[in-house]
Design a protein around this ligand. Structure first.
Ligand SMILES: NC(=O)c1ccc[n+]([C@@H]2O[C@H](COP(=O)([O-])OP(=O)(O)OC[C@H]3O[C@@H](n4cnc5c(N)ncnc54)[C@H](OP(=O)(O)O)[C@@H]3O)[C@@H](O)[C@H]2O)c1
Length: 262
């Protein structure tokens, strides 16, 4: 068993303002030791602050509104520095980062995607910001001997192509491959590519409401009616178990659906 929650931790969760990221932040926070520091990131500051308010009192939490579509290296480094609040990285036992923020476009065909700046913004959110934030996080803790954990929240659309979601499939696949390469270069870091299952969040309901794919809409409708959709809390709880057990090779996928019947 690994000691991921055993000592004082520095935790970063992106996409923490709702859905799966929110549940992961809350679930992890309930396991963290007093004086651990938590950095919650997303655009909606009000939501982040409400979530922080519900977390255990012994934690030191910073909520940071960041638009990952427009962010800069400096803004991300400043967020990490602000969350450390002058404390030395080596004073932590674990540094944990969960890359969860994402956005999906369910409506356009691959041939409609002809605007470079839209592609740039989309990849900034779904791929580049994770790579940059991850690098800054690693550099922050590189000389400290602190045990590092990286969780990349993946999607089945990073593994399997589908209609009307080509940009999302491309970004998710790229992000997974980035973290697999990162894992090879950093054997001392525990890297998990976590597939969270089909989860009842705004993203899923958006797909149901907006997708032009009849097959997808039918599939989601049937999953919602047959209660085969998971909750953010269930998948976050499963993730905690996976991280505690460390029963995976760094960089590999672990799939909620293979571990659970919803
Ligand atoms: N739900 C599912 O069934 C499912 C299945 C497979 C994989 N996933 C994966 O699970 C993760 C979370 O999905 P979810 O279902 O919880 O989605 P969600 O409810 O839509 O949450 C998305 C999160 O990303 C943040 N975000 C979106 N755009 C952002 C931007 N430009 N800058 C900063 N933050 C941004 C949102 O916060 P703000 O709006 O406050 O910025 C929110 O916190 C994603 O990586 C997704 O690919 C979900």
């Amino acid at each position: 068993m690994s000691e991921i929650f055993a000592g004082k931790a520095f935790l970063v969760v992106t996409g923490a303002s709702r859905g799966i990221g929110r549940a992961i932040a809350e679930k992890f926070a309930s396991h963290l030791k007093n004086d651990s520091k938590v950095l919650l990131m997303a655009r909606n500051l009000e939501n982040l602050e409400k979530i922080a308010d519900g977390m255990p009192r012994g934690l030191i939490i910073l909520c940071k509104s960041v638009d990952f579509g427009q962010t800069t290296t400096k803004e991300l480094q400043d967020a990490l520095n602000d969350a450390l609040r002058g404390e030395k990285p080596e004073s932590f036992n674990q540094a944990i980062i969960v890359h969860c923020a994402a956005v999906v476009d369910y409506t356009r065909t691959a041939n409609d995607l002809t605007d470079f700046s839209e592609w740039q913004t989309f990849f900034n959110v779904n791929m580049f910001s994770s790579a940059v934030l991850n690098g800054l996080f690693m550099k922050t803790f590189e000389s400290s001997g602190v045990k590092k954990y990286v969780v990349n929240v993946c999607s089945y659309w990073g593994l399997t192509p589908d209609v009307y979601v080509s940009s999302y499939c491309a970004a998710k696949a790229a992000k997974d491959m980035f973290f697999k390469s990162f894992a090879l270069e950093n054997p001392d870091v525990s890297v998990l590519n976590y597939l969270p299952g089909l989860v009842d969040t705004e993203m899923l309901h958006d797909a149901y409401k907006k997708s032009k794919s009849e097959e997808l809409v039918t599939r989601i409708k049937s999953a919602l009616e047959n209660n085969t959709v998971s909750t953010p809390e269930k998948t976050a709880e499963c993730l905690v178990g996976v991280l505690k057990q460390q029963n995976y090779k760094s960089g590999d996928y672990v799939d909620f659906q293979k571990l659970n019947t919803v």
